[in-house]
Design a protein around this ligand. Structure first.
Ligand code: IPM
Ligand code: MN
Length: 364
């Protein structure tokens, strides 16, 4: 049987950016088969569950998963459809697939120099960098409880790491750093947290296997500041689940918008799930204002890592860069003198360029 890709559009802007992305896929990977499943609030509405068994079966038979976003409006969190939606869907999915490595690339498009919050000289000095976020442990998956003690509610989320979990991402991080500029920055809060002290110790131990890679450490609060003050210093950042979540949102804003950042998550056997780093943005869902770049670039990451189609991934990147170079912008990256587009119109421009690029394949 031909392996298929499981498509999980989810909630909010998920379905619209996914629809645009599948149009890109028709051009760049016309032979791939896609099967769509339900996840998140939309799944709850249909089946009473955020992550139905049918969806688990669908992904279990798939070659890779392309995921959109889940979750509802903040003011509706009390409704059963949205209550714990993220935990029951995306976190359950990560657990189901045992995804422990999350790769979040930060790419500086020259065309977005004016959109970036960075000053021009700083923007020009920036290099692309990558955040590797541990995805299976930490405060996300430690014991949780809400109890009444001394007549008041007490809520707990335990931040926990074992050596094996840290070792696994450490090797990924060092291997990645040795394929790039041999500089790894590990982020923790080792001045106060025991889980961070273990994190740092395992990073140091693993470093001895990779003598060419220079390892340095940054406390997470300092890292947040360094991202804003001196982003050009980064090449590969490795961080635990919570710190990686926070610093990757901050880092995504440097090139211009969270809507630019794709992500790839892997389990120890190399199975991949690909999703935008941003969320479901319910406030703009249905308006086609959302930037489809993060979803399209997640498709490119999937083509590269799960299907080894490097040329197709590269062509997709080129088409997106050219679309930006030619001045087309969704509202999140719009600035004076550029052409404001809907998600659909932006995607049409990308596809137009993709066709031209793939027609003269030798240039890729
Ligand atoms: C992300 C998201 C998720 C996370 C939420 C939706 C659970 O913020 O993928 O970065 O915290 O991991
Ligand atoms: Mn996040």
């Amino acid at each position: 049987m031909k392996p298929y890709v499981a498509i999980l559009p989810g909630d909010g802007i998920g379905p619209e950016v996914m629809a645009h992305t599948l149009k890109v896929a028709e051009h760049i990977a016309p032979d791939l088969t896609f099967k769509t499943g339900l996840i998140g609030g939309v799944a709850f509405k249909e089946t009473g569950q955020h992550f139905p068994k049918a969806t688990a079966d669908l992904i279990d038979g798939s070659a890779a998963v392309l995921f959109g976003a889940v979750g509802g409006p903040v003011e509706q969190q009390h409704k059963p459809q949205w209550h714990n939606c993220e935990t029951n869907s995306i976190l359950a999915l990560r657990q189901h697939l045992q995804l422990n490595i999350n790769l979040r690339p930060v790419h500086f498009y020259p065309a977005l120099a004016l959109t970036s919050p960075l000053k021009n000289e700083r923007f020009a000095a920036c290099n692309d960098f990558v955040i590797l976020r541990e995805l299976a442990g930490d405060i996300y998956f430690g014991d949780k409880s809400t109890v009444v003690e001394n007549k008041q509610k007490v809520a707990r989320d335990v931040a926990e790491y074992n050596e094996g979990q840290i070792k696994s991402i450490a090797h990924w991080a060092f291997k990645l750093a040795s394929k790039r500029r041999n500089h790894l920055i590990s982020v923790d809060k080792a001045n106060v947290l025991q889980s961070s002290q273990l994190w740092r110790q395992v990073m140091e131990e693993t470093a001895t296997d990779y003598p060419n890679v220079k390892l340095s450490h940054q406390l997470v609060d300092n890292c947040a500041m360094q991202l804003i003050l001196k982003p050009e210093q980064f090449d590969v950042i490795v961080a635990g689940n919570l710190f990686g979540d926070i610093i990757s949102d901050a880092a995504s804003a440097l090139p211009g918008s969270l809507g630019l950042m794709p992500s790839a998550s892997f389990n120890p056997s190399g199975f991949g799930l690909y999703e935008p780093a941003g969320g479901s943005a319910p406030a703009i869902a249905g308006t086609d204002l959302a930037n489809p770049m993060a979803q399209i670039l997640s498709l490119a990451l999937m083509l590269e890592h799960s299907f080894q189609r490097h040329q197709a991934a590269r062509a997709t990147h080129m088409a997106i860069s050219q679309t930006l170079d030619d001045g087309y912008r969704t509202s999140d990256i719009f600035c004076h003198g550029t052409q404001l587009c809907s998600g659909q119109a932006f995607t049409d421009e990308v596809i137009h360029r993709l066709i031209q690029i793939t027609e003269k394949k030798n240039d890729i």
